[in-house]
Ligand binder design. Sequence first.
Ligand code: HEM
Ligand code: HEM
Length: 190
Amino acid sequence: MPTQSSPTRYGAVAQAFHWLIAALIVTQFTLAYMADDLPIGAHKLALLARHKSFGMTVLMLAILRLLWRLKHPPPDLPDHMTPLERKLARATHIAFYVLLFAMPLTGWTMSSAKNYSVSWFGLFTWPNLIGKNEAAFDFLRATHDTLSFILFGIAVLHILAALKHHFWNKDNVLLRMLPFIKSQKAESEK
Ligand code: HEM
Ligand code: HEM
């Protein structure tokens, strides 16, 4: 499987980043809402510690993904897309990249503002970004929460758009992001 994106298909590296980060985002929402339902205690703290570790993993992967993306342009969009659809697709992808940084950074700074350390799976501890500050904690917690709703909303639109391309427009947009697809359509057709 080619590692580089071609004019009609995402390469293996771009696909790996996409699906790994997508799976981590689902994990993040699951862990956060499981923790939300629990009273303060060891189980809640363990779930939040996992949430923080996976969240910091998203930050590291987002840096690598962005660097890769800057050097490897994505495949062209299909010819049938209108200028508005192209703008929407581009805006969605930019918003995703911004949120892949903003979610972990607000989470990390929020934890710092409470003076809670952020460990990475118990292997090492990230430095605190700011000192203890209750007002900053409240603001960052609300921001993390609001951004998570925006991320959720964009993800729903994004998934609906991918399904529309596949089942309505019947183009190659979904197939070219899927690994192990060897059909003629995924390789060549726009
Ligand atoms: C892509 C990465 C992340 C996503 C998608 C994400 C998403 C979420 C969501 C959906 C919630 C629940 C909000 C609510 O209660 O309404 C949450 C809570 C929380 N997140 Fe994250 N998060 C991410 C990264 C991080 C990171 C890196 C940290 C810390 C280092 C962090 C720390 C927290 C904490 C402490 C809470 C609980 C806040 C509270 O007390 O209610 N998150 N996160
Ligand atoms: C929350 C999870 C997800 C995130 C954060 C995400 C993010 C992204 C981003 C940033 C891109 C642009 C890639 C680039 O050009 O650099 C992209 C493309 C794409 N995503 Fe997702 N995605 C998610 C989930 C999904 C799911 C579940 C599907 C399938 C139903 C999907 C289908 C696609 C497709 C088909 C493309 C290629 C679009 C094109 O060719 O222009 N994504 N995604």
